[in-house]
Design a binder for this molecule. Structure first.
Ligand code: ADP
Ligand code: MG
Length: 372
């Protein structure tokens, strides 16, 4: 039974596919980045992500609960020689969804195909992936919440009973052919599990949530990746980078790359705390990792909406940043810091944020006079 699992395909077939997905990741980044946002890293992020991506579960730092559950799932899968149960990974960008999704097939020695929700415009786009899926192989669907409803309905029987219903012809001549598939695993990744329909969510037997990393875990990631990049960095400097990385490994890696460039160009190449301080000053990132657009968000909430509550659409219009970007990239960290609150009536700024920004909510007296 075990022998039927496709073992040798990994190196030949996964790597180009991984690359393909990463490149599309990069495209999304650029496409989503609003004008004037701090997107100074989008140029070759994709390549960099791949270079530093952990290859095996043992290389992964932090997320202990997630790793423990995955280890159990992997052990059980190996012992039973069955495909892994369908798995949904959710969490903000840059926390390791793609990393875990590509580590798992590598651990199991099975083939992995990669695609993403927005690319699958119609069932016919998904069909080749399903028919190509070998026994026990993994189909990774990134941004699965952006899969259109028709594709979603098409994938239900594939996930549940390993079959697809294909309609041939039209009108009176239409016939439905039922095609059997090999048992396989769907790994879905999403930044918005709330946007998944209940039937799709229910088809994932395993659901794992990735949370922000703490500073010591990010310090470990920075120190390890500095070695991979053959940069020298001391512990304090690694910690200084970690502290400003908003709990996000992708940020930590990007900041490491920037400080490494800075150190090479302006200093002798060694990264110490002084180099980190100077390098960050140029990026306009403060001591806890707030970037220009986070501060703009908070300032708008304070000054335009007198502290809130303000609806996401209204904030989006004021800042000229799409609501999706606000919800995916800006708000999760502000919520985690306790700088904003989400209430049924909208977002509100907290006293902690006012304290950090050294701002006060305008009172009636010092507000702009109203015209009407
Ligand atoms: N647990 C982890 N340990 C070490 N590095 C990580 C971890 N999670 C993510 N990374 C790093 O962060 C980068 C971005 O992670 P990725 O999996 O692409 O995030 P996501 O798919 O959630 O946006 C990866 O290239 C990798 O180098
Ligand atoms: Mg990803």
């Amino acid at each position: 039974m075990h022998g039927r699992i496709f073992r040798s395909g990994y190196t030949t077939s996964l790597l180009p596919m991984v690359r393909e997905s990463i490149i599309s990741d990069g495209d999304n980044l650029q496409q989503d980045a609003p004008e004037g946002s701090a997107s100074q890293f989008s140029a070759d992020d994709a390549q960099f992500d791949e270079e530093l991506r952990p290859q095996l579960l043992a290389d992964v730092v932090g997320q202990h609960k997630v790793v423990e559950r995955l280890q159990i799932m992997l052990d059980a899968t190996r012992k039973r020689s069955e495909p892994l149960g369908h798995l949904l990974l959710d969490g903000p960008p840059g926390l390791g969804k793609t990393t875990f999704a590509t580590v798992l097939p590598r651990e199991l020695g099975v083939e992995c195909q990669i695609t993403s929700g927005p690319v699958l415009k119609a069932p016919k786009d998904l069909l080749p992936y399903l028919t190509n899926a070998g026994f026990g192989s993994v189909l990774f669907i990134d941004e699965i919440h952006r899969m259109p409803p028709a594709v979603e309905e098409f994938i239900y029987p594939a996930m549940e009973d390993f079959r697809v219903d294909i309609t041939l012809g039209e009108g009176l001549n239409a016939r439905t052919i039922n095609m059997a598939l090999q048992p396989f695993t769907v790994i879905g990744a999403t930044t918005r599990s709330g946007m998944l329909t209940a039937p799709l969510r229910d088809r994932f037997v395993n659901r794992l949530h990735l949370d922000f990393y703490d500073a010591s875990e990010l310090t470990q990631i920075v120190a390890r990746n500095a070695r991979k990049l053959r940069a020298t960095i001391n512990d304090d400097a690694a910690h200084e980078i970690a502290k400003r990385s908003r709990g996000t490994p992708r940020k930590a890696n990007n900041f490491l790359r920037w400080t490494r460039d800075y150190a090479t160009a302006r200093k002798e190449g060694h990264i110490d705390s002084a180099v980190v301080q100077q390098a960050f000053q140029m990026l306009d990132v403060d001591g806890i990792g707030l970037e220009a657009q986070d501060r703009r968000y908070l300032q708008a909430l304070v000054q335009i909406f007198t502290g809130g509550p303000a609806g996401i659409q209204a904030i989006s219009h004021s800042l000229d940043i799409p609501p999706d970007t606000l919800e995916d990239e800006i708000e999760p960290f502000l919520l985690k810091c306790g700088f904003i609150q989400r209430t049924p009536r909208g977002r509100m700024v907290t006293a902690k944020a006012l304290d950090h920004l050294q701002m006060a909510v305008p009172t009636k007296e010092n507000q702009q006079p109203r015209l009407f």
